[in-house]
Design a protein around this ligand. Structure first.
Ligand SMILES: [Zn+2]
Length: 329
């Protein structure tokens, strides 16, 4: 009898230890050290096209006169909040991030899709920066629920071409990365606090920014439409690699072909690799293995880049970077 109890206890300890080790493994992230030397330097002058990145696919692109922002997501609620708490834009974090990047105005805020990690702060950020909110009908409902007037919102669609200063911005509807959580649309104004599941996908967009000083393609979610960018030329591609590390090699190669090879871009800047549950005042980490594998996607992309003579670089956090094409490795 006592022997049975001892064996039972031992078995329980082994199972518990295995579960704990598995959880630690799943919630840990690939190290970022292999990519340190790929990080672009801060620009030394403020001429030309400048980009700033704030994690996920939150970007600004500006030429000194006109500033275009993408997504404007700064709140970055923790996993605990995401799973169990109603979500509201974190005004202190938004202000701190904008101050860190010295961003005090934008002409337009283009939102990729209506998941929380792209859209949840969009109404506050558009209001704060005096930017017009540009997105799907679902994103427009986040704007309305967040208090923006109709004159501060524009619903965009595939094929739209917008002119802002010297930028010509082309809108492409592209699919979300495979198996999105919370699909569907937001059909009523969404006023925070709201649950994670309320931030339903809506349409997902990629953006081409044509400017006399450069052509920039932004792909905020890692998927593609065969042939869509056949007629598009780009110098730089901001390429989402979010959840790409879980995709098979064929998918990654097709994604590269349809976004980088199709546009003949010479510089690829992976985005959406960071763990968006960590605030921006803590060091960035890659998404945990539970969701993604940055090492797997980066290894494959770097091989493809080497073959094609394309440079891969990462953005530093918040500081402006001049968007000129560096030499390929
Ligand atoms: Zn999403």
């Amino acid at each position: 009898m006592r022997r049975t109890v001892r064996i039972g206890l031992l078995a329980t300890i082994i199972v518990l230890a295995t579960v704990i080790l598995l959880a630690i493994e799943l919630f840990s992230s690939p190290p970022l050290t292999p990519y340190t030397e790929l990080t672009l330097p801060a620009s030394e002058q403020d001429s030309g096209l400048q980009a700033q990145w704030f994690g996920v696919s939150t970007l600004t692109i500006g030429d000194g006169e006109t500033t275009v922002m993408i997504d404007g997501f700064f709140s970055r609620p923790s996993w605990l909040s995401l799973l169990f708490m109603p979500l509201s834009p974190d005004l202190a974090r938004i202000d701190a991030a904008l101050a860190l990047g010295q961003v005090d105005k934008a002409d337009a805020l283009f939102v990729a899709h209506s998941h929380h990690d792209h859209a949840m702060d969009s109404a506050v950020v558009a209001g704060t920066l005096g930017a017009r909110l540009m997105g799907s009908e679902s994103t427009a409902n986040i704007g309305r629920g967040g208090g923006l007037g109709e004159d501060q919102i524009r619903v965009i669609q595939h094929g739209d071409i917008l002119n802002l200063g010297q930028f010509e911005i082309r809108i492409f509807e592209t699919p979300h990365s495979p198996d999105p959580v919370t699909p569907g649309t937001i059909d009523q104004p969404l006023t925070p606090p709201a649950r994670l599941a309320d931030y339903r996908l809506g349409e997902n967009y990629s953006f081409l920014l044509n400017h006399p000083q450069g052509r920039i393609l932004i792909v905020p979610s890692a998927h593609y439409v065969p042939g869509l960018f056949q007629e598009v030329q780009a110098d730089v591609v901001f390429l989402s690699i979010g959840l790409l590390g879980k995709q098979p090699g064929d998918f990654i190669r097709s994604y590269w072909k349809e976004t980088v090879q199709a546009t003949a871009a010479q510089l690829v800047i992976p985005i959406h690799w960071d763990d968006f549950s960590r605030p921006l005042d803590q060091p960035l980490q890659a998404l945990p293995y539970l969701l993604d594998d940055m090492e797997a996607s980066m290894t494959q992309l770097m091989e493809l880049a080497q073959t094609d003579g394309v440079a891969i670089r990462l953005m530093p956090l918040a500081v402006p970077v001049q968007l000129t094409t560096p030499e390929a490795p």
